[in-house]
Write a protein that binds this ligand. Structure first.
Ligand code: EPU
Length: 426
């Protein structure tokens, strides 16, 4: 198991490029199951979650090839096996996004029920409600969800829940409805840019989808979809993480392949606390020249402040001037990073789904434990600003969502070394 050893205190300066979005690539790859013929995806990041999805698609009868230029080719050659086994699903919850495409294309899917994870319970009831409304018969057997339908028929479907809509649920229902007979209207659809990306890919395959990116998506079902080529959108969460890296080190970083229009809430927050964010060709430059101000934010569905940047911004506000308040409204228990940030000297008080942050002049390096993907990113960011050495253990969590983060940050002035546990024990 690898750890990162981080020497804090350097200002980051230089330029880096944001990779394609993990959270767009995962449902896009699943949607390739709908195609008659191959699809070619450009800018699919090289991450462990993507490798899990490749392994799953191979089990489901796809030939998946990473080409020399990095493009990912997916071709369905055998539709016999529609079972996503627990062994694969437990490694990556997002495997659930094969459910809708398998149901629509093959009339049957058996997908192991994803369990909870470090950020909360994460039920899939809304996914199932949506597929049922399209005419699927659903049962549970041995921890697996079994969905069947001779024919899916368009319907009016409400996809809202207690915490807003569901991103992968919207991708599942939209993908299934693309091949249903008649018209489907999804109300309270997720508006995240990743959903727009999936809709754009489906439309390029021959689907008829309008309204993606708004709460109402309308889908005219078509009988078949063909393969196509598609470039994955830039990863807005990776971009936001790099923005915080620039801000927390009082650095100046040009971030290439970054869509500010996908990150308005986070950019607005950065500017409000004193970070300079200048849009330029292909991306933006983020700089911080003084102590930052405290702030308040609440995570919300897009276009609100993203839950996937909550931990990273908490690290940033830990060294802001004054008291900040952060409220988590998407995953109310997503706070495993709080106790670890406290080990670096952050003063945090958690009350339910709210954390009050008393800004400190500085953080101090310490050994800390990564607990989930974004929590790990927050620890790396805090470590970049901390005085002394921080060891972040269990970084396989960070490898799920950031490709070789240490190499990319080192290229702009960070000092991060990856070691495995045996080296640490010596
Ligand atoms: N929810 C339900 N029932 C459902 C589905 C969701 O109650 O059937 C609840 C969830 O428990 C949560 C809220 O609805 O409270 C939103 O969950 P959502 O379904 O939107 O999450 P997701 O689609 O499973 C994606 C991202 C997450 C990101 C969330 C929210 C992928 C692969 N994952 O998950 O990304 O936090 O949307 O934006 O796209 C990450 O990248 O670190 C990550 C966790």
């Amino acid at each position: 198991m690898d750890s990162l050893i981080i020497e804090g205190g350097s200002r980051l300066r230089g330029s880096l490029r944001v990779n394609g979005s993990k959270n767009a690539a995962l449902p896009l790859m699943a949607a390739a199951l709908l195609a008659d013929g191959p699809s070619l995806f450009k800018d699919v990041p090289n991450l462990s979650d993507i490798q899990h999805q490749i392994n799953l698609l191979r089990e489901l009868g796809c030939v998946v090839e990473r080409q020399a230029d990095g493009d990912l080719l997916i071709n369905v050659t055998d539709e016999k096996n529609s079972h996503a086994r627990y062994d694969l699903v437990r490694k990556m919850r997002a495997s659930i996004c094969v459910l809708g495409p398998l149901l629509a294309k093959r009339g049957y899917a058996r997908v192991s029920m994803p369990g909870g994870c470090a950020i909360g319970d994460r039920p899939v009831d809304i996914h199932l409600r949506g597929l049922e409304a399209l005419g699927a018969h659903i049962e549970l057997d041995g921890g697996d969800i079994i969905v069947k339908a001779d024919k899916l028929v368009g319907a009016e479907i409400f996809l809202g829940g207690n915490f807003g809509s569901t991103v992968l649920g919207t991708a599942n229902v939209m993908s299934a409805a693309a091949l249903a007979k008649g018209t489907t209207m999804i109300e309270c659809a997720a508006c995240e840019p990743e959903i727009v990306d999936v809709a754009n890919y489906l439309n390029a395959m021959g689907a008829k989808i309008t309204g993606a990116g708004t709460p109402r998506i309308v889908i005219e079902g078509v009988p078949t979809l063909h393969g196509t080529s598609h470039t994955v959108i830039p990863d807005r969460i990776e971009a936001g993480t790099f923005m915080v890296a620039a801000a927390i080190t009082n650095g100046e970083v040009h971030i290439d392949n970054c869509r500010l229009d996908h990150l308005m809430a986070a950019v607005d927050k950065l500017r409000n606390i004193g970070v300079i964010v200048d849009k330029d060709k292909g991306g933006c430059t983020v700089a911080s020249v003084r102590r930052l101000e405290a702030s308040t934010f609440t995570t919300q569905p897009h276009p609100g402040f993203p839950t996937d940047l909550q931990a990273q911004f908490m690290a940033l506000l830990s060294i802001a001037d004054g008291n900040s308040v952060v409220t988590e409204k998407i995953f109310p228990d997503r706070f495993l990073h709080v106790a670890e940030l406290a080990r670096l000297g952050a003063r945090l008080h958690k009350e339910g789904s709210t954390v009050i942050i008393q800004g400190q002049k500085r953080l101090t390096g310490a050994p800390v434990m990564a607990s989930d993907l974004r929590a790990s990113a927050a620890l790396v960011l805090a470590a970049l600003a901390a005085k002394g050495t921080t060891t972040v253990m269990r970084v396989y969590h960070i490898d799920r969502g950031y490709e070789r983060i240490e190499n990319r940050l080192n290229a702009i002035g960070a000092t991060i070394k990856r070691v495995n546990q045996e080296e640490l024990d010596l």
